[in-house]
Design a protein around this ligand. Structure first.
Ligand code: PAF
Length: 282
């Protein structure tokens, strides 16, 4: 396994692989790796000659200082897991100032309004931070394919839009949500859940499944109300939002159009840990 921290060193290695005609797959992460990440990495290993995994807790995408401070950091364990997965892997652990080339701050991106709803509304500036770092990571790694999980579906759509708008030479590969046996979507934040919250958290996916089953006979407004009621009655979990949105433009749906695809999107506080999830409604 090779580990790089500086862009120039990584760039030289990528250049030499490309000169040998090798294809590069890329999985950007913020570390605290779990099986969800490993499923992205395994897909990249299958589909490319070389896989680069980045580990970087990007400060510019956090809207709350305490969230950034408390974000789990398990670098030693992450490196061990990566080594077990593939001895030929390239790991990129950027130094913030080197990746950002100076001041570590987000740029503003035009994202066709996809950054204005749901996560964008509740976490101001979050998607500018994500777009900035992903753009910089793509410039550093220059991958042929990059893998993003559907758990962060809004992020995935935003990255697809960024790539289209800036005509970046990379193919974005969406990967299905990886769940625990009890349905909780895998997330680095899950390890911060207190035991009673961890026990309660599968309620999120159960409610999403119930919402999806209502789709044939109910309007988006009726489904939304049902989900809100379910959480009002829950003793531990606090709903931040549930929204039904068009998969393409992420605008909230007022009524279902049979030609379009929809998803239910949810954000929930389990104590001070904020969890997100989503479900296709077609
Ligand atoms: O999904 C994440 O872990 C992060 O948002 C990403 C894509 C690595 C950018 O920091």
């Amino acid at each position: 396994m090779e580990v790089f921290t500086l862009k120039t060193h990584l760039g030289a290695r990528i250049e030499s692989l490309k000169n040998q005609g090798k294809t590069i797959g890329f999985v950007p992460t913020m570390g605290a790796l779990h099986e969800g990440h490993l499923s992205l990495i395994e897909q990249s290993i299958k589909e490319n000659d070389s896989t680069v995994v980045s580990i970087f807790v990007n400060p510019t995408q956090f809207d709350r200082k305490d969230d950034l401070e408390k974000y789990p950091r398990t670098l030693e364990r992450d490196l061990y897991l990566l080594e077990q997965t593939d001895k030929n892997m390239i790991v990129y652990i950027p130094v913030a100032e080197d990746l950002y080339q100076g001041t570590v701050e987000a740029k503003h991106y035009a994202l066709n309004g996809l950054d204005k709803t749901m996560e964008g509304k509740y976490r101001p500036g979050h998607f500018d931070g994500v777009a900035t770092v992903v753009h910089k990571l793509f410039e550093a790694v220059r991958p042929h394919k990059a893998y993003f999980g559907e758990k962060d579906f809004q992020q995935l759509r935003i990255i697809q839009t960024l790539v289209e708008n800036l005509k970046l030479p990379v193919e974005i590969i969406p990967v299905k949500i990886y769940r625990e046996k009890d349905g909780l979507a895998m997330s680095s934040r899950n390890r911060r859940l207190k035991p009673e919250m961890r026990q309660a958290a599968p309620f999120i996916y159960q409610t999403l499944k119930q919402a999806a089953s209502m789709k044939p006979n109910h309007s988006p407004g009726e489904i939304k109300r049902q989900v809100e009621l379910a959480f009002e009655k829950h003793p531990l979990l606090r709903l931040e939002y549930f929204e039904i949105a068009d998969e393409e433009n992420l605008q909230p749906a007022k009524k279902f159009d049979p030609r379009k695809k929809y998803r239910g999107f949810i954000a929930v506080f389990a104590g001070d840990v904020r969890l997100i999830d989503n479900i296709p409604l077609n």
